[in-house]
Design a binder for this molecule. Sequence first.
Ligand SMILES: [Zn+2]
Length: 107
Amino acid sequence: MMGVTPADAAKASIEAGAHIIGTNCGNGIDRMIEIVKEMRAAAPNTPVLVNANAGLPQNVDGVDVFPDTPEKMGQMTVELVKAGANIVGGCCGTTPAHISAMKKAVK
Ligand SMILES: [Zn+2]
């Protein structure tokens, strides 16, 4: 989002002493799969964490609504793990129902 590539962020974080690298919030869980693949390729031996938001919020009648359902985030979490994510959680718009669906999908 700020012009730093996932590979460069991974390498710089490790050089600075990070034991875990990762990504959070941003553009939603769809984009996270490619980010994880790039981080995994740049840092094959470092755990990768992902805390995705539940999609880009939409303002509906003055209320921010996050479009990604628990079911979608569950399905996408399986893809995140396949891409190399080791630790997965949620950021803006995720609820306990999202986290529960993500856990169930991975199991
Ligand atoms: Zn967030």
